[in-house]
Design a protein around this ligand. Sequence first.
Ligand code: 4NP
Length: 157
Amino acid sequence: MSKKTAVLFVCLGNICRSPMAETVFNKILAVRKLSDDFEVDSAGLIDYHEGEKADARMRNHARMRGYNITHISKPVNNVDFERFDYIVGMDDQNIRALTSRAVTEQQRQKICKMSDFCSLYKVNAVPDPYYGDDSGFIHVIDLLEDACEGFLQFIRN
Ligand code: 4NP
């Protein structure tokens, strides 16, 4: 049996974007019967929300689109840079923070930006919805559905 491909989605708080990304990606994998080939998780660059469920607004908008977010927030751990094959940040601030925490060039090469995998949307980030209104959460789901398809294509090529 070959090794699973390990993917870590990362955002700032790990209560909105990255748990949503993890949930969308897991659903795509399940539909394609690929779940056994992957290990998927998410984490945050700050530990402020550690132990909390995803933000209620994110969970509600997810539910309206047929997703159930079960992730509990946790911070990025240094071991993650070894354990995961892909470490996927949501915006340039995330990428900078991840890059500064990577120790080796091999670890740095695992870091990529989620919005680079969008094809329907031309964006340079999955923007932080935390301080905004409902439209920001809906936009996050739209972008992540687009990006997750592109990301799966990218890693299977
Ligand atoms: P996320 O959103 O990075 O998509 O989980 C945020 C959640 C919490 C905070 C910022 C962004 N915060 O400052 O507490």
